[in-house]
Design a protein around this ligand. Structure first.
Ligand code: SF4
Length: 353
């Protein structure tokens, strides 16, 4: 039997709700093997003009959360509980028609692989123009002009000509820029970017990240940026949400979480990251074990089967009592605030260099 407790450094929820406000979100999928609890009790806020980086291993629930915000799950096999409020509009209970109005208009998504978002059969210009025409009622001519303008904004040279090309005539980096142009064509209030630079080489990755930052300044959108790469998060995000096995385990500003992380899982992620300034012979320290099955997640703290600090908590608490996260800066862990501080300073930080 698992009980649920707020951790000692988790004060009661405070502050105004964000432009995007997710509260106690649970997403469950019915499969042949049973019910997968993909997201469980997740809460966070994102303000306009800010970027929230969501980080975690595969299967942590990052992408499921964002597909849920976009209303892209099969309603016959998915059960969603909790609240997602975007600019005052509740999305969990919205109809498919209402979500269609929001997608590509108020909310847009950039995927890891632009070829999944761009059709090979239509010109790039037409595909950028289409959502603009659909959501604004613009003419085809106006839509085309807007597509050319957006291709110029995302740094495609000679946009009048390149708008007539098909996706296969673009390089990988140019396709990613075209997908960003398509996502931003209606000036969305919320942009969800799911590993948008993972498939690109580092130079193009840096260019795309700079482009997203510039466009955010221009458009003032809120961005939810999903990645497994803490280096990218450090560059892009204002705030970080660390997810593990369907739940948030740590949240705070980038500065707070990267300078003084408080959760053993975040320590593990930082420890397993290669560093440019480290000795080339230095061994990375991967987190022991593998993420749990979400068909039957561990009792208590979901990280406990992999956590090397549970003996510091004492008793059987980590295996039986589930720590939760409050909506402001905190970590979902039974270690005391003092233990987290001293373990990080004495044992973790020296290893990070
Ligand atoms: Fe979870 Fe316990 Fe480890 Fe904290 S110390 S992360 S509560 S297993």
């Amino acid at each position: 039997m698992t009980t649920v407790t707020k951790t000692e450094d988790a004060p009661a929820p405070t502050g105004p709700e964000g432009f995007l406000s997710v509260r106690d979100l649970s997403v469950r999928f019915a499969t042949e093997d049973g019910v997968v609890k993909a997201v469980d009790g997740l809460s966070f806020d994102v303000e306009r003009g800010r970027t929230l980086g969501i980080v975690g291993e595969s299967g942590s629930g990052k992408s499921v959360t964002n597909l849920t915000i976009l209303g892209l799950h099969n309603p016959r096999t998915t059960t969603i509980d909790g609240e997602i409020v975007l600019d005052g509009k509740e999305l969990v209970t919205a109809t498919e028609r209402e979500m269609e109005q929001l997608r590509g208009n108020k909310v847009a998504m950039i995927f890891q692989d632009p070829l999944t978002a761009l059709s090979p059969y239509y010109t790039v210009g037409r595909q950028i123009a289409e959502p603009f025409i659909k959501h604004t009622g613009a003419s085809k001519k106006e839509g085309w002009a807007r597509a050319v303008e957006m291709l110029g904004k995302v740094g495609i040279p000679n946009p009048e000509q390149r708008a007539k090309d098909y996706p296969h005539q673009f390089s990988g980096g140019m396709r990613q820029r075209a997908m960003i142009a398509m996502a931003l064509v209606c000036d969305p209030d919320l942009l969800i970017a799911d590993e948008p630079t993972t498939a690109l080489d580092v130079t193009v990755q840096a260019q795309i990240l700079d482009l997203l930052k510039d466009l955010q300044q221009e458009f003032g959108s809120a961005i939810v940026f999903i990645t497994h790469d803490l280096g990218v998060i450090a560059d892009m995000a204002d705030d970080i949400l660390v997810m593990y096995a369907g739940s948030a385990v740590e949240r705070g500003s980038v500065d707070e979480v990267l300078r003084a992380p408080r959760h053993p899982y975040t320590w593990g992620l930082l420890n397993s990251m290669p560093r440019l300034d480290s000795d080339l012979s230095a061994q990375l320290s991967p987190i022991p074990g593998t993420p749990p099955s979400l068909l039957n997640p561990p009792t208590g703290c979901r990280f406990h089967p992999r956590c090397t600090f549970q003996d510091r908590v004492g008793g059987n608490r980590c295996a039986t009592e589930r720590p939760l996260l409050a909506p402001d800066r905190s970590s979902a862990c039974h270690l005391t605030a003092e233990q987290k501080r001293t373990i990080f300073i004495d044992e973790i930080k020296p290893r990070l260099g």
